[in-house]
Design a protein around this ligand. Structure first.
Ligand code: AMP
Length: 284
C-alpha cells in the first residue's frame, strides 16, 4: 500500500513543502472539505499527473458557514477519505485542526469587491470571504505550484483565479470539469442528505441546464425566456425551492440579457433542506 503522510500541524506542513521545493519538486494541491466521493477523485488523479508531490487537504472551514448553515452536521468520514486517498497515491493529507488554523485573536480576512456580489454570494454573504481567506491560508501553508478546483463550484473557481492574480500568488490555478452521476446529477458531498424521492427531484437542476442548452442552440438569445423555462421545469418537481437561476458573463458574473456570446448559466436550488448548485456554459 502507498505510504501516505497525514500532517496535522500547519508548521509541519510548511516544513514539508519547503523541503520538497528545495529539492526541486513540483507540489500539486487539491483542497477539499473531505467526505470524498467519485466527484473528487478525478481532480486528485489530475493532481497526481501534474505534481511530483500531491497534497490533499481535508478541512471543513468554519469561516465560510453562517450560523444557520450545516457546519456542525456537514458529513465527515476521515477513515474512508484516508483509504481513498491512499489508493490514489496521494503523498500528504493535510488535516489541520481549526484551532491551529484560526488561532486566538484571528482577525484577518480576504475579501473581493465584486465577484461575491453575484449568484451564491447574494444568499450566502460571508461565504466567499471565508473561502478566499481559507484558500489564502492553505496556499501559504501548503506552498503549492499548482492548485486544482472543480468547475462545479464555478463562482468559487473564478474568485480564486481573480484572487491569485490580484494578490500575486505564484500558483497555477487549474479548473476541472464537473463530474456527474450517470443520470447527470452533479456529484456532491451534500447529495448524501437526499432521500430517494429528493434525489429524483434534484435531477431537475441538470435537466433545466440541458433544456437551456437546447433552447440556446435552437436560436433563442433572450436570457429571460430561458430562465423562465428553467423556473417552470424546476418548480414542477416537488420539494424544490429555487434560490437563483442566472445567465451571466463567465468572467465578471454580471447578468447578461442577450446570449450573443458564451454565457454561464448557474443555479442554486434547495431540495428539501439540501442546497444544490450546478452550472453550464451556454454557447449561441
Ligand atoms: P468540496 O469538498 O465540496 O469543497 O470540494 C473540493 C473540490 O472538489 C472543489 O474544488 C470542488 O469544486 C471539487 N468538486 C466537488 N464535487 C465536484 C464535482 N462533482 N465535479 C467536479 N469537481 C468537484
Amino acid at each position: 500500500m502507498h505510504d501516505i503522510k497525514v500532517i496535522i500541524r500547519t508548521t509541519e506542513m510548511q516544513e514539508y513543502s519547503e523541503r520538497m521545493r528545495s529539492v526541486g519538486k513540483t507540489i500539486a494541491f487539491v483542497p477539499t472539505m473531505g467526505f470524498l466521493h467519485e466527484g473528487h477523485l478525478p481532480l486528485i488523479k489530475e493532481g497526481r499527473k501534474l505534481g511530483d508531490n500531491l497534497v490533499v487537504s481535508i478541512f471543513v472551514n468554519p469561516s465560510q458557514f453562517s450560523p444557520e448553515e450545516d457546519f456542525e452536521s456537514y458529513p465527515r468520514n476521515f477513515d474512508n477519505d484516508l483509504k481513498l486517498l491512499q489508493k490514489e497515491g496521494v503523498d500528504v493529507i493535510f488535516y489541520p485542526d481549526k484551532n491551529d488554523l484560526y488561532q486566538d485573536g484571528f482577525q484577518t480576512y480576504v475579501e473581493l469587491e465584486n465577484l461575491p456580489k453575484h449568484l451564491c454570494g447574494i444568499s450566502r454573504p460571508i461565504f466567499f470571504q471565508g473561502v478566499a481567506t481559507v484558500v489564502t491560508k492553505l496556499f501559504n501553508i501548503v506552498k503549492p505550484h499548482i492548485a486544482i478546483f472543480g468547475r462545479k463550484d464555478y463562482q468559487q473557481l473564478v474568485i480564486i483565479r481573480r484572487m491569485a492574480r490580484d494578490l500575486n500568488f505564484d500558483i497555477k490555478i487549474v479548473g476541472f470539469p464537473t463530474v456527474r452521476e450517470p443520470d447527470g446529477l452533479a456529484m456532491s458531498s451534500r447529495n448524501t442528505y437526499l432521500t430517494p424521492e429528493q434525489r429524483i427531484n434534484a435531477l431537475s437542476l441538470y435537466k433545466s441546464l440541458k433544456q437551456s442548452k437546447k433552447l440556446v442552440e435552437s436560436g433563442i438569445k433572450d436570457a429571460k425566456r430561458i430562465i423562465d423555462a428553467a423556473y417552470t421545469l424546476i418548480k414542477s418537481h416537488p420539494e424544490t425551492v429555487i434560490d437563483y437561476i442566472a445567465i451571466c458573463d463567465p468572467e465578471t458574473l454580471a447578468d447578461m440579457e442577450t446570449i450573443d456570446r458564451p454565457a454561464l448559466m448557474a443555479l442554486a436550488v434547495n431540495v428539501g433542506k439540501t442546497r444544490l448548485i450546478d452550472n453550464m456554459i451556454l454557447k449561441p
